[in-house]
Design a protein around this ligand. Structure first.
Ligand SMILES: Nc1ncnc2c1ncn2[C@@H]1O[C@H](COP(=O)(O)OP(=O)(O)OP(=O)(O)O)[C@@H](O)[C@H]1O
Length: 897
């Protein structure tokens, strides 16, 4: 069999000849399962392979761990029912004693009750009443964890209120329970944890007069939670082994409202200045009194209760008006084997809240009412914090509402109200039928709190507790001061290091041979970068400031330009106005001169005609009533010049001549009939003698180049009167008048721009020669001066004498008699009344001049000696006037005729 098996397993023997085929037919290989199965099936039998001991494995029982599931501790809420009539117990307990002796606040009603209790008859009556009222209590105890609240009959009918059962309390204290019962059930667990180093808080809630203060403080006979706790603390301290050295401190303070304006904290164990500073959730300045014994502690408690703010209300004769907080801090010093000390503090906080009040029941008014509002508000905030904690625990996604910020008490108890610390509440209710509403409200409000869970993460005896403690004074100091000190120290060290580095760098820089290390280079680079950034920012700021100033400067420049423009406009306006004024004055002057000059001319012609016909005596028609002096001269003109006819100035166009006119009025007595109007055309600093400008030159001179100052003066009255008396001007009078004129030459100045500009330049005179002069020159050129066929007019002697005088004095004085005016031709009158005398006068002057020129005998004039200038009276035998001859000569010289 074995051989057969080996044959079947062993490969077949190799044949002697091998036939190789191309593309041999492939055969599918057998799967491993089939092959192994076949192999197993063939060589191995089922009973040979041991089966997997799965049953044995499953049958093994693993020992389960003994760790119990951590069940979060719920908020413990206790309920204490106040006896309907408190004196019942007093009757039973203190019948023999006259007065309870305790340090706690005394209720005045108790004194009255004590008096009543002395009488046994009264005690019996009270006991009967108690039995009667017990039947009408609104709250009944179901068991240790539940109560039934029954509304009064009236409310049941009206509001359809039904009986409600409240259960889930940690424990319900009936009306007849003792203070020790409360302590044992409620405070004992907290105190044990406290002694182990765990903090805890206990608070009493309830309406006013429900027994909160009685529960917390009690009486001397029936001490409350605080004295019992203190007693237990010192009792347990002595029982603790020597490994622990504990010290306890007591602090008590109250939070009340100051006239409804704000919350204030007062230290009930402090001195006179017991007000505490409150910043957010921290209270500073709280006095912590170390307590070594129970007596010390009870004494401090009594002292604090005397300081506490209380008032009498309809609900409570000694109603608390503040939230009272009692802190018992335990310091634990544990010595380990390594003599290392590990300290820890635990805080047990007991809070006696002011009871919520209803105005109707308390009857509070004024300040009491304000206190009620504060108390109710604080109670409401406290309840909101607990509700929000409950909701947060149900749904943590919502987040915890921060209602604790709304009152100082809740801020102070923040850690407890956020579920970080263990806390217990005791609700005190009154069982009377009339207290149904208050009791119902409190139970409805607090019943949900029973579901609040506490995640107690405190670790006993470690420093972490310090941070989670209620914000006692010491802890606050640690919290506030320690980080500040550390920060300051850090900053100080940083600055010191920086300064040291800088000093080191400076030393390095000072020594060029030394090479700084890479780290110092890095520091230097950082410093340079920082300085660069600072300078860049500074330059940016500076640039912005400069930009602003530049804009302001541009605006100011624009304003200056506009002001300059306006100033220019104003100047132009003023110049125009001045020009108009001067032209008007000149026109007025010219108007006043023209007719007279024309009249003179006309009169001269007439006189000459008359003289030629009648007599050579100077005409008496020439009068001194009006004297018009037109003086064309230059200052400092040493030599006399030839005068110009009045027509010269009369023909000055007002529009093209700048005339400065100065009119001075003499006293009225001096001014009568005679008016002297000298018109002086002069050129200053004209030292060289020169010939005067012909009338044609002045005519048409632009105003910009001609400046004429005219002064209207008057002769002294005596002269004028003399002239009036003697209308015929004698030579002496003429001389006097000429002297007067000369004496007033300083005042009467007529400045000729032409003569001032270029007095000796003929070219300029030519250039400045106006058009009328040119026309006149042309006319004169047309004249055949050399022609001696010109007629010689007859000139009377007086006229000649006057003209000679005028030549010597440079002033041509024309005396026009009034009758001559009357004899003025109509054309002259029209010219005087016309507004543009220039146009009318210019042709007339030209005509007159032409006439005179035509009557000249030039050759005779040239041959005329000049010795006649000195004002000598010479008899003119020539038919032509000397002035005409002189003028003609002047014109011929200037015009190069
Ligand atoms: N359980 C109780 N047993 C005997 N007396 C009680 C009890 N509870 C309260 N009292 C008495 O009722 C009166 C009012 O109690 P307590 O002053 O403690 O009320 P309260 O809730 O503190 O009032 P408030 O909030 O106005 O301060 C006190 O005279 C107190 O002695």
């Amino acid at each position: 069999m074995e051989e057969e098996k080996q044959k079947s397993i062993s490969p077949p023997p190799c044949p002697s000849t091998v036939t190789v085929r191309r593309n041999p037919p492939r055969r599918a290989r057998a799967t491993p399962y089939t092959t192994t199965a076949t192999k197993q099936q063939q060589p191995l039998s089922s009973h040979d392979v041991p089966t997997f001991p799965i049953d044995e494995i499953l049958s093994i029982q693993i020992p389960q761990s003994e760790t119990k599931p951590t069940v979060p501790e719920s908020l413990k809420i206790f309920l204490r029912i106040k006896p309907l009539k408190t004196f019942t117990k007093v009757i039973t307990t203190t019948t023999a004693k006259s007065r309870p002796r305790n340090v706690w606040p005394q209720n005045p009603s108790k004194k009255h009750i004590a008096k009543e209790n002395r009488n046994p008859e009264i005690a019996k009556k009270v006991k009967k009443k108690e039995e009667e009222t017990a039947a009408v209590a609104c709250i009944a105890l179901n068991d240790s964890y539940s109560v039934t609240l029954t509304p009064p009959q009236a409310l049941q009918e009206l509001k359809r209120s039904k009986t409600e059962v409240y259960e889930g309390f940690s424990h319900v204290f009936p009306a007849d329970c003792s203070q020790n019962d409360v302590y044992d059930k409620m405070v004992q667990p907290l105190l044990e944890d406290f002694m182990k180093g765990k903090s805890g808080m206990l608070a009493a809630l309830g309406p006013s007069g429900s027994g909160k203060t009685h529960t917390v403080f009690g009486t001397l006979k029936n001490p409350g939670i605080v004295p019992i706790t203190l007693r237990q603390i010192f009792k347990k301290r002595d029982a603790i082994s020597d490994d622990f050295v504990r010290s306890f401190n007591l602090s008590i303070f109250e939070i009340c409202s100051e006239r409804g304006k704000g919350e204030k904290a007062y230290d009930l164990l402090g001195g006179e200045s017991s007000e505490l500073s409150v910043q957010q959730s921290t209270i500073r300045g709280l006095k912590e009194v170390p307590i070594q014994s129970l007596e010390e502690a009870e004494s401090l408690i009594g002292q604090a209760m005397l300081k506490r703010a209380t008032a009498t209300t309809n609900s409570n004769s000694q109603s608390s008006r503040s939230q009272c907080i009692i802190n018992i801090r335990a310091s634990c010093n544990r010595f380990s084997n390594e003599t290392k000390m590990q300290s820890s503090d635990a805080m047990l906080t007991i809070v006696d809240l002011a009871g919520a009040e209803r105005e109707k029941r308390t009857g509070n008014q004024g300040e009491r009412l304000v206190e009620s509002n504060f108390i109710n508000n604080t109670s409401m905030v406290f309840g909101q914090c607990l509700r929000s904690l409950l909701e947060y625990q149900k749904n943590r996604k919502k987040g915890l509402q921060k209602h604790h910020q709304n009152s100082l008490l809740t801020r102070y108890l923040r850690d407890y109200l956020e579920g970080k610390k263990r806390m217990a509440l005791i609700l005190t209710v009154k069982a009377g039928e009339e207290d149904y509403l208050d009791t119902s409200y409190l139970l409805r409000q607090a019943s949900p709190y029973m579901k609040i869970k506490f995640d107690n993460t405190e670790e006993p005896c470690n420093k972490r507790q310090l941070k989670t403690f209620p914000r006692a004074e010491k802890n606050k100091k640690i919290k506030l001061s320690a980080p500040k000190n550390s920060q300051i120290e850090d900053i100080f060290h940083e600055e010191r290091n920086q300064i040291a580095q800088e000093v080191h760098l400076q030393g390095k820089k000072a020594d060029p041979t030394d090479r700084s290390s890479p780290s110092l280079e890095h520091v230097a680079q950082d410093k340079n970068k920082r300085e660069h950034i600072i300078m860049r920012n500074f330059s940016k700021v500076l640039w912005n400031v400069l930009k602003q100033y530049n804009e302001k400067l541009k605006v100011a420049e624009g304003e200056i330009c506009t002001l300059k423009d306006s100033l220019r406009r104003e100047e132009l306006k003023s110049l125009g106005l001045e020009t108009e004024l001067i032209s008007l004055k000149s026109s007025c002057l010219v108007e006043s001169c023209i007719p007279e000059v024309e009249a003179v001319v006309y009169g001269n012609e007439k006189v000459s005609a008359d003289e030629s016909s009648e007599s050579p005596v100077p005409s008496k028609n020439v009068n001194d009533d009006v004297r018009v002096r037109c003086h064309l001269s230059s200052q400092n003109d040493a030599e006399p010049r030839q005068s110009v006819n009045s027509e010269e100035n009369a023909g000055i166009p007002s529009a093209t001549t700048h005339v400065e006119t100065e009119v001075t009025e003499s006293p009225r007595d001096q001014v009568k009939d005679a008016v002297l109007v000298p018109c002086h055309l002069s050129s200053q600093n004209d030292a060289e003698p020169r010939q005067s400008i012909s009338s044609e030159e002045n005519v048409g001179i632009p105003s910009a180049t001609t400046n004429v100052e005219t002064e209207v003066t008057e002769f002294p009255r005596d002269q004028v009167i003399q002239n009036q008396d003697d209308p015929t001007p004698s030579p002496e009078q003429v001389e006097v008048s000429q002297d007067c004129i000369n004496s007033r030459m300083s005042n009467v100045q007529t400045k000729s721009a032409i003569s001032r500009r270029c007095p000796d330049s003929e070219k300029q005179e030519r250039r400045l020669l106006p058009a009328p002069s040119r026309s006149l020159t042309e006319e004169m050129n047309d004249l055949d001066i050399k022609d001696k066929q010109i007629e010689k007019p007859q000139v009377e002697k007086g006229k000649t004498r006057v003209q000679k005088k005028a030549e010597s004095t440079k002033v041509q004085e024309i005396e026009v008699p009034n009758p001559a005016r009357e004899s003025e031709p109509t054309s002259t009158k029209k010219q005087r009344n016309g507004q543009k005398p220039r146009r009318r006068l210019q042709p007339a002057a030209s005509v007159l001049l032409t006439r005179e020129i035509n009557t000249l005998d030039i050759e005779d004039d040239i041959a005329e000696p000049k010795g006649n200038r000195g004002g000598k009276k010479t008899t003119v035998t020539q038919p032509r006037s000397q002035g005409s001859v002189t003028l003609l000569r002047h014109l011929t010289d200037n015009l190069h005729l």
